[in-house]
Design a protein around this ligand. Structure first.
Ligand SMILES: Nc1ncnc2c1ncn2[C@@H]1O[C@H](COP(=O)(O)OP(=O)(O)OP(=O)(O)O)[C@@H](O)[C@H]1O
Length: 744
């Protein structure tokens, strides 16, 4: 390093900084001061009057002979801190940084890292060390650090240099213009608006089946499947396309002109006669809303039938107006009666056949199921993480007049689309854990829309209970429910958007050395949209996976695809399997069903606890991810049909597990975590975060299982340290504190 310093001195570099200092003193910091080398050319040799501050060039010894005393003044951390504080406090510096594209947040973050670099004392760029020395001896001003600082900031935020191009790429102000095929199709849009069970989807589906070429876009795999099945049962050709499954009615796998798909899979490159977009109010969904926006604006069909809540009409109308389109409204009334009862259920002994108890967490669901079984009921259960096959089996059992199972316990997973023979809906609670777009969780009242959707499941047209009833478990909730059910749902205000693979690719072209995670952060920050109509969907899961696979050698497209995989990032089993798959992919290795079996230790044992059941559900998700990837990378994920068979086997194991939920609940988890933990952690009456452990669990930063393992480990450490304490009493306080942190 001294050799370089001395070289710089030999070529007269030092006066450059003196010049900078004097320039900035006259006029504040100016552009030239940001470019030391440029300025160096202008002022070299003109500042001899400052030479007294330095040794003359001829005095500079060669590196080998250089005495230590010739090095720049060695600065203490305190001195460096003072210089940097003076520097960053200057309004001119902040203004100049802003002119250069460094906003307040980036300025702060870059400065924190810059200061860390300066204080680290090692590997400081030579120029930086010299400027700092010059400032210290009065030969330069703090302003003169600006060039060094900006060079450093550009390395951290390379997008600053090509901000204009990037801003153009992530300009999301006119999404309607992204779909020229749809714009050219001369679309007629019909909105079938009505409450649940009003026949709106039924009428739209009639058009779907009559048309020559048509597409149905549903909110759930299960619903896409149901439409596919019903269409095929009528002898009409139809394909199925969900994220993880493609089924062709043609034996040679040639696509036909009709397809039932999940909304994310809506095909935008074909022109259809009729397209159906179901549950359109979902375009406000924080995670998935983008898929409805995309389908609504992008599907190329002569007739687009949109089904959903009337509350969504204004937003749909406004979105379509941006494409120069209008919408025809067809309103529907509920086909069957729905009565709100005048009293709450009060006790589970009042449950009758045809009742469905709705809870908003698995803890309540399992507890109530156990109590009902103890009362002699045969119970069907439905909750979100249950695989679709198992859900359908539970629905079938419940709907079957001959089957002794005639009571259901469900989470709000029944709120959308399922046709069930429910006589009465009983709300166990009106509160639900809500995950905000920043990932924070809190206990909130359910929305009017959710209450209406769920209550609407009672008294289904064409079932044995055409007159529906609804009530609550507890008296205290009944009035609130009545007021919710007599209200109109809150109109969705904005529709979701999401960066496309093409946009990310163009970003990566401009920022070749930037990680996908940073690309997304920059995208989020620079993106512009019409805030009165749109919001950027929550991409935390995408960013999480992007960070995890950052070190793998994957092409950008593959990286993007892995990050889009349908993964619950709180599920450690699924996340670790996705990472393994990404690693194998990066090594170009084929992943067979046998490979997968080895990874997950297939086949699993029969579940003996709720924790085992949860693991089985995770395995099901792993299969889903494999199949999802097999559609996108068929060359490396070659055995989806074998994996599908494994999935069917797993469905059966899970269904059998559901049949003996009470037994499973009585057993401790396979990892030693008793089921009781659920009850303690999520007890509604005491939901407020009481401990750090509670906060961590509620914020999703730690799972209950991991927490239990930690407790186990720490208890073990505690015991060990107590043993040690007997021989070394001084250590007792530390271990005690650590323990209390978790337990108090
Ligand atoms: N005209 C009809 N003839 C026969 N069956 C009908 C008719 N209209 C609706 N149905 C049946 O009634 C049930 C409810 O209809 P549909 O699913 O269309 O309601 P929806 O308004 O879309 O409700 P949700 O939003 O809850 O799905 C379905 O089983 C459907 O097949």
């Amino acid at each position: 390093m001294f050799a370089i310093k001395n070289f710089l001195r030999v070529v007269n570099y030092r006066p450059c900084f003196v010049g900078l200092h004097s320039l900035s003193r006259v006029s504040g910091v100016r552009e030239n001061a940001l470019l030391p080398c440029l300025y160096f050319n202008q002022v070299r040799g003109k500042r001899k009057s400052f030479e007294s501050l330095f040794k003359s060039d001829t005095d500079v010894p060669t590196p080998t002979k250089k005495p230590v005393s010739d090095s720049p003044k060695h600065l203490t951390p305190r001195e460096i801190n003072t210089i940097l504080t003076d520097f960053i406090r200057k309004p001119e510096i902040r203004n100049l940084a802003a002119d250069r594209g460094l906003n307040a947040k980036h300025l702060r973050l870059a400065f924190v890292r810059f200061r860390a670099l300066c204080l680290s004392g090692s590997n400081l760029p030579v120029e930086l060390e010299i400027v700092l020395s010059d400032i210290m001896v009065g030969a330069a001003l703090p302003d003169d650090l600006f060039g060094q600082f900006m060079a450093f900031a550009m390395k951290i935020y390379p997008h600053i240099q090509c901000k204009e191009e990037l801003s153009r790429i992530c300009d999301l102000r006119d999404p309607a213009a992204w779909y020229p095929l749809a714009r050219a199709a001369g679309r007629k849009i019909i909105f079938h608006a009505g409450p649940t069970n009003s026949g709106k989807t039924y009428h739209a589906l009639e058009k779907f089946m009559e048309a020559k070429a048509s597409v149905y876009c549903g909110p759930l795999k299960m619903l896409a499947n149901e439409v596919y099945q019903k269409t095929r049962e009528k002898g009409i050709d139809c394909d199925l396309a969900t994220g993880d499954e493609r089924v062709y009615c043609n034996p040679e796998n040639v696509p036909c002109d009709r397809v039932s798909c999940t909304v994310e899979m809506a095909p935008l490159q074909e022109v259809f006669d009729v397209a159906i977009i179901d549950e359109i109010q979902m375009l406000q969904d924080p995670q998935r809303g983008w898929a409805w926006s995309r389908a609504l604006l992008g599907i190329a069909a002569k007739e687009v039938h949109v089904c959903g809540e009337p509350a969504a009409i204004p937003l749909v109308r406004n979105l379509l107006a941006t494409a120069g389109e209008t919408v025809e409204i067809r309103e529907y009334k509920r086909l069957t009666g729905l009565t709100i009862e005048n009293s709450a259920l009060q006790t589970l002994s009042n449950v009758r056949p045809g009742d469905c108890l709705v809870c908003f967490n698995k803890r309540d669901l399992f507890k109530i199921t156990k109590e009902l079984e103890a009362l002699g009921h045969r119970v069907a259960v439905i909750y979100g993480s249950l695989p679709p096959g198992a859900k359908l089996m539970q629905c079938k059992k419940f709907n079957d007049d001959v089957d002794p199972c005639n009571v259901m316990v469900a989470t709000d997973a029944i709120g959308m689309g399922l046709n069930l023979n429910i006589r009465r809906i009983i709300f166990v609670s009106l509160k639900k854990i809500d995950t905000k777009s920043d990932g924070k969780r809190s206990l909130e009242s359910i929305s009017v829309s959710q209450a209406l959707q769920i209550a609407g499941r009672a008294g289904r047209f064409g079932t044995q209970y055409e007159q529906g009833h609804v009530t609550t478990l507890r008296d205290k909730d009944l009035n609130k429910l009545k007021s919710m059910l007599s209200s109109f749902p809150e109109p969705p205000e904005k529709a979701g958007l999401h960066p496309t693979a093409e946009q990310i690719e163009m970003f990566a072209y401009h920022l070749p050395d930037t990680s996908l995670q940073s690309i997304l952060e920059i995208f989020t920050e620079l993106s512009q949209m019409d805030d009165s109509l749109y919001f950027l969907c929550n991409i935390e899961s995408f960013k999480f996976l992007a960070e995890k696979i950052d070190s793998l050698n994957l092409p950008l497209r593959a990286r993007y695809t892995f990050c889009c995989a349908p993964v619950n990032i709180k599920d450690t089993i699924v996340v670790s399997m996705v990472l393994r798959m990404a690693r194998e992919y990066s090594h170009n290795k084929v992943m067979t069903a046998q490979w997968l079996s080895r990874q997950i230790q297939w086949p699993p044992p029969v579940p003996s606890s709720i924790a085992d059941m949860t693991k089985l559900e995770s395995l099901h998700d792993v299969f889903d991810v494999y199949m999802w990837l097999s559609i996108r990378f068929p060359d490396l994920f070659q055995e989806s049909s074998d994996v599908k068979k494994m999935k069917t086997t797993l469905d059966d194991i899970i269904v059998k597990g559901l049949d003996s939920l009470s037994r499973l609940m009585s057993n401790a988890g396979s990892d030693g975590a008793p089921y009781q933990v659920f009850n303690e952690m999520f007890e509604e009456t005491s939901f407020r975060p009481r401990t750090l452990a509670h906060e961590l669990v509620q914020s999703g930063n730690i799972s209950l299982e991991t927490l239990d393992r930690l407790k186990g480990n720490w208890a073990h450490n505690e015991m060990s340290s107590q043993k040690e304490t007997q021989s070394d009493p001084d250590r007792s306080s530390t271990s005690g504190n650590r323990h209390n942190l978790l337990m108090t």
